[in-house]
Structures are given as structure tokens and as C-alpha cells.
Write a protein that binds this ligand. Structure first.
Ligand code: AMP
Length: 253
């Protein structure tokens, strides 16, 4: 596995070392890799000739400074795991390399990005779409893998790729869960043992047949702060805070 923090060196490799006919699979992440990330990388490994991982904690998608500074960072373990999973190239750029424009140029979406998580985290999806556009242009993959765990993000990325006629297949991958049902997330590492025990109630109640309002009420009763519980199509979406950590999830019903 080759690792890059410098995008010029990466671009040179992309141009000269990857055969024009090779299928390139890309998994963008913010690091602190867990088995959910690994499942995307494994799928990319099965389906593509070349696998590229990016690790970049994107500041423009954080609306809360403490969430950004406290975001888990485990680059050494991430790279060791990525190598074991057969990743060919890992890109770990810093902020100045991704935002030479100082975030003057942005990708936005005017409807879905303002609902659900977008209604509670102003500007979040502009940051997500902008960084995903940049990373897709840097990596130039044939396929990019995204998790259903972040279903609103996935839908917005699919919409962006279609809207801008980008020749990239967006592959949607199922959510991996802990044994008690909690969706795997890098932020789970920040849960206290007590909050971690309580957290299992979140997927359990999302999956229940109770109306959304009742789910929210029961979660609040158990100490959660609820951003939203919302039914859209055949999915129920939720975002909550427990012990100072924000968790999101969605389930098909
Ligand atoms: P993140 O590092 O949290 O930005 O996530 C990077 C990618 O991994 C995104 O496409 C996520 O949707 C995906 N991902 C995160 N958690 C899970 C999970 N539990 N199962 C499957 N994919 C996930």
C-alpha cells in the first residue's frame, strides 16, 4: 500500500501507474476505521482492480467545534488495517491541500440537504457534497462506495453525480451493526460505558412499530435528546444525542 499526503504525487501515480483499463474503486472516510468501513473496502477489493481509501476529517461539514476537535483519530491503526484489507493507495491530505480556495467554491443542494440532519446541522451537506466532489475529482474512480448508515448523504451524493453527469457508479452498502443493534460509527468510541449501554435503545425503538412521536418520547424519557425521528418512504430516520455524542441511524420498515 502506498500512502500520500501530497496530492501532486498522488495525481502523478493516478496518471502514470494505474492502467487506463483498470477499474478503480474508492472509499472516502474520516478515519477511526471500524468494521463498517472495512465492509466497504472489502467490497471494493472484490469488485475493482485498484482500491483507493481516503482519510480526511472534513472541517467544512462540522457545525460544532467540539465535535470536530473531539473526533476520534487513529491513523496508525487505520493504515495497518487498510493494508491488511488489500488497499492499494491511501490518501491522507490536510485541510490546506483540499481547500486551496479557502472554501470559496461550494457545491450545494437546495431541498433534501435542508431536511432531517440538514435542518439540525446548517451547512453540513454543503460541506459533505463539496468535499465528495473534490475527492471524486482527485481520485477519478469508476466506483465509489458509501454506507446506507448515512442514507441522506448517500442519496445526496447519488443526486449530485446524476445532476453533474459524472461518470461514476455510486455503490450503496448495508449498515454494519454491533451485536446489540447499534450501528457502527467512529463516534461510538466517544460514548461512556453508561451511554453505550443506553444507546442500544435507539435502533431498537427505530425498528419498533410505534409511531415516530412515541419513539421520540420514549427516547427522551431515557435521557436522549432527540433531533428528529422521521418517516420518509419505506425508511425511518433518526438522530439523537446521548452523553454528549450525536448518533444517526435509519432502518427500512
Ligand atoms: P465516515 O468515516 O463516518 O465518514 O464514513 C465513511 C463511509 O463509511 C461512509 O460512506 C459511511 O456511510 C460508511 N459507514 C459508516 N458507518 C458504517 C456502518 N456502520 N456500516 C456501513 N457503512 C458505514
Amino acid at each position: 500500500m502506498k500512502t500520500f499526503d501530497d496530492l501532486d504525487s498522488w495525481s502523478e501515480v493516478r496518471r502514470t501507474a494505474i492502467a487506463p483499463g483498470a477499474r478503480v474503486g474508492f472509499v472516502p472516510t474520516m478515519g477511526a476505521l471500524h468494521a463498517g468501513h472495512a465492509s466497504l473496502l472489502e467490497r471494493a477489493r472484490r469488485e475493482c482492480d485498484v482500491v483507493v481509501l481516503s482519510i480526511f476529517i472534513n472541517p467544512t461539514q462540522f457545525d460544532n467545534r467540539e465535535d470536530l476537535t473531539g473526533y476520534p483519530r487513529t491513523p496508525g491503526a487505520d493504515l495497518a488495517w487498510a493494508e491488511k484489507l488489500g488497499v492499494d493507495y491511501a490518501i491522507l491530505p490536510d485541510e490546506s491541500r483540499i481547500y486551496p480556495d479557502g472554501y470559496r467554491y461550494q457545491i450545494g443542494e437546495k431541498e433534501l440537504s435542508r431536511e432531517l440532519c440538514g435542518a439540525h446541522r446548517p451547512g453540513h451537506f454543503d460541506g459533505v457534497l463539496t468535499v465528495v466532489m473534490k475527492l471524486l475529482n482527485i481520485v477519478r474512480p469508476h466506483r465509489a462506495y458509501f454506507g446506507e448508515k448515512d442514507a441522506q448523504q448517500l442519496e445526496l451524493v447519488q443526486g449530485m453525480v446524476a445532476a453533474f453527469f459524472m461518470d461514476i457508479e455510486i455503490v450503496s452498502c448495508p449498515t454494519l451493526r454491533e451485536e446489540d443493534g447499534l450501528a457502527m460509527s467512529s463516534r461510538n468510541a466517544r460514548l461512556s460505558p453508561e451511554a453505550r449501554r443506553a444507546a442500544r435503545l435507539f435502533p431498537e425503538l427505530l425498528l419498533s412499530a410505534l409511531p415516530g412521536g412515541e419513539v421520540a418520547r420514549r427516547l427522551e424519557e431515557k435521557g436522549f435528546k432527540v433531533d428528529y425521528i422521521a418517516d420518509r418512504g419505506d425508511r425511518r430516520y433518526g438522530a439523537v444525542h446521548i452523553g454528549g455524542v450525536r448518533l444517526i441511524d435509519n432502518v427500512r420498515r
